[in-house]
Ligand binder design. Structure first.
Ligand code: PMV
Length: 351
């Protein structure tokens, strides 16, 4: 079933508020195969995207809620990461709370203490905003279930993604395994710009136990925020071509995931990673996030594939780190020919 924006608005007033509540949730990170790059309106994507969900990179979040005597206009909260108060993260969360107020007005009836940690190293360059906002969205939906008349599971699943999207676009895809599609595509059933969906088809078994090994070429903060990057797409000379390409790629990717066409999966995944970075390198102002070692590793991966025929490929996020994608049964060989020869930390994750 398709939901519209207004379906997620809930004006009902809770009967009675519990004085204290503790809600826990966890959510995974994800890596896009076809990239979301460019947005409009309230966090709506310029094009559809499709991702693998990363099983082991999780955000674990706890919210301790205390009912207020009367609701406030701005949500009162404090955010702790790894048990330390993190005021630097609070403006982004405050912005999120503001954006979701119409859809979850009950959040203003409590004072919030939010504590979060990740199962992956904080400085690893893995996008923690996707898993972080998805975990927070799950907490809000759990609260909605406790306070307001119940709705269908489908409604809640889609609303988690809808809310997460308003925190960080790619967070919309951090809610279910193993593959999610976000963004309306006329030829892919049930897709929406408002939330991500699971594909309607089964993912081919060659993608079971797929691995994403992340080579940490560069740790720490992104040099150019993804918000700034998305904005540069508005006047990008290749905007229309990119849109067309991403629509085509998303449809092709669903076909390869369904049929298990690894050869074309590899070609397309790498083409998408390079398109994303090409867009960055051709925007005004332009910028380069790849480092010399990013390119070195890309060449190594292509050499290995050419010489040994191993089905391994790379993708890139908005940074210098290389995500190496491959089926688990070639892990040992790749350790020998690739990972053991690289001078950077590698984090292994599973799809
Ligand atoms: O979720 P955001 O706004 O940080 O955008 C992330 C965009 C990419 O990670 C570069 C691509 C994607 O689809 O995840």
């Amino acid at each position: 079933m398709e939901f519209r924006e207004q379906d997620f608005i809930r004006n009902a007033k809770p009967n009675q508020l519990p004085e204290q509540l503790v809600i826990n949730a966890s959510a995974p990170s994800n890596i896009a195969l076809v990239k979301y790059w460019g947005k409009h309106g309230l966090q709506l994507p310029m094009n559809p995207s499709i991702s693998f969900t990363l099983n082991q990179a999780q955000s674990l979040t706890t919210a301790r809620l205390t009912a207020l005597d009367k609701p406030v206009s701005e949500v009162l909260f404090k955010f702790y990461f790894d048990e330390k108060h993190q005021p630097d993260f609070e403006p982004k969360i405050a912005g999120f709370f503001n954006k979701i107020r119409d859809y979850a007005p009950f959040i203003t009836a409590f004072q919030w203490e939010i504590s979060s940690r990740n199962t992956f190293p904080h400085s690893s360059g893995i996008a923690s905003s996707a898993s972080g906002f998805a975990a927070l969205a799950k907490i809000i939906i759990d609260l909605e279930k406790q306070l307001l008349p119940l709705k269908s599971d489908e409604y809640y699943n889609k609303k988690v993604s809808f809310l997460a999207r308003l925190g960080s676009g790619s967070a919309a895809r951090s809610v279910a395994h193993p593959v999610m599609i976000w963004g309306y595509h006329p030829n892919i059933k049930n897709t929406s710009d408002l939330y991500a969906v699971l594909p309607e088809f089964d993912i081919h078994p060659v993608f079971n136990n797929f691995r994403d090994s992340i080579v940490l070429v560069e740790k720490g903060q992104k040099k150019v925020s993804s918000t700034a990057g998305h904005n540069l797409m508005n006047n990008h000379p290749f905007k229309d071509i990119r849109k067309k390409q991403a629509f085509e790629h998303t449809l092709q990717m669903t076909k390869y995931l369904e049929t298990g066409d690894l050869e074309n999966f590899i070609k397309l995944t790498e083409a998408e990673a390079l398109s994303l970075h090409a867009l960055m390198m051709t925007s005004a102002p332009n910028y380069i996030l790849m480092q010399p070692d990013t390119l070195k590793i890309i060449h190594q991966i292509r050499e290995i594939r050419k010489n040994s025929g191993l089905p391994v490929c790379f993708t890139l996020d908005a940074g210098a780190n290389v995500h190496v994608l491959y089926p688990e049964n070639i892990s040992k060989q790749l350790e020998e020919v690739l990972f053991s020869k690289i001078n950077h930390e590698v984090i292994h994750d599973f799809v």
